[in-house]
Design a binder for this molecule. Structure first.
Ligand code: FE
Length: 343
């Protein structure tokens, strides 16, 4: 993307994130990655009168797979202190799930993650309407005591919701200590540690992240008292089981966040290889009317499970009920106050 256009979309983002003259912002990158993001954000921030600098970490040593929550900041407490002292951190590394991110937020720094390809950032700019509707949806979820998800493929699972907060993601952040991810557009919470029971059948066309593949054959999960006790199916189930086994951590069988997608600009079909190389799947996490469950850690929500074994699985065509009230029916949002026009 042309650098001046990239700076324009970053300017829109920083305005939506309430950046004001005199605020201190830091853009965090590592190695050779996303240096153009740092330039674009710094030029946008300067135009708003913010004081900005770029913190660049060395390239991490190679690891296998997605080691959720492991970051290069862990070895650099002085750098973490600098990030705690700024108003807003633009995270172009992906600090989510790390103890460093939690400490930085707790110090009052707001954090925006921006790691997706510039073309996707441009296509999924934050809007006031999405923020408004996502916040209303978060209120509905926050008040609920029980979530039930069903599907024509055999999903019937219940999450009891008495423990964890609700998180709203609408792709910008203007409140101290609040984190968001650009792009996004969904809400989620987590079930009680022993409060998820039933069956989830991941159907053909549903998406496995971080594998970034569309499922071809159903995967059937059995869940008892908050833990996966059985996964069965064909090749896709074998892939999931093999991936999870590689972490050698039984806590990968825990139940992580659960919620639904609300962004009409996000398209289910856009995971297709080659459309946007390098993306981590924020578009499929956000598509309107998807129901996403996930497995593994719940420390992002304040829970005790901090395993690095994490899958996010957005599903089509599900129905989701909060305290027996339908919110999503057959993959479409049915509550008028949170509906958006699908273009
Ligand atoms: Fe996740």
């Amino acid at each position: 993307m042309d650098q001046s256009i990239f700076a324009e979309i970053c300017l829109h983002q920083l305005k939506m994130s309430g950046v004001k003259e005199g605020e201190k912002l830091i853009v965090l990158t590592q190695g050779q990655e996303r240096l153009d993001y740092a330039d674009a954000f710094m030029s946008a921030g300067q135009r708003l009168g913010a004081s900005m600098y770029h913190m660049r970490l060395p390239t991490p040593l190679p690891t296998s797979g997605w080691n959720v929550g492991v970051t290069g900041l862990a070895a650099m407490p002085d750098a973490v202190e600098a990030l705690k002292a700024c108003d807003m951190l633009i995270d172009c590394i992906f600090l989510l799930f790390s103890p460093e991110q939690m400490a930085i937020q707790a110090a009052g720094t707001r954090i925006l993650t921006a790691v997706e390809p510039p073309e996707l950032l441009a296509r999924m700019l934050p809007t006031k309407e999405i923020r408004e509707k996502v916040e209303i949806a978060a209120g509905l979820l926050d008040r609920a005591k029980v979530m039930r998800i069903t599907s024509p493929h055999g999903t019937d699972v219940t999450y009891r919701l008495n423990t964890y907060p609700t998180i709203a993601e609408y792709a910008c952040t203007d409140e101290p200590g609040r984190w968001d991810h650009w792009p996004s557009g969904f809400v989620f919470t987590g079930g009680d540690d022993d409060g998820v029971d039933g069956r989830i059948v991941v159907a053909p066309g549903d998406i496995l992240l971080p594998q970034n593949i569309y499922v071809r054959e159903p995967i059937s999960y059995t869940i008892e008292k908050g833990w996966i006790t059985d996964i069965r199916g064909g090749l896709d189930a074998e892939l999931v089981k093999s991936y999870m086994a590689a972490f050698d951590d039984h806590r990968g069988n825990g139940m992580s966040h659960v919620g639904w997608g609300m962004n009409p600009n996000a398209k289910w079909h856009n995971l297709v290889a080659g459309a946007f190389p390098g993306g981590m799947g924020m578009e499929p996490r956000s598509f309107y009317g998807n129901v996403m469950f996930s497995t593994g850690p719940n420390n992002e929500l304040g829970g005790p499970n901090d395993t690095a074994c994490h899958l996010d699985i957005p599903m089509r065509g599900c129905s989701l009920f909060l305290d027996d009230e339908p919110i999503v029916v057959d993959g479409d949002i049915v509550v008028q106050e949170i509906q958006m026009h699908r273009n």
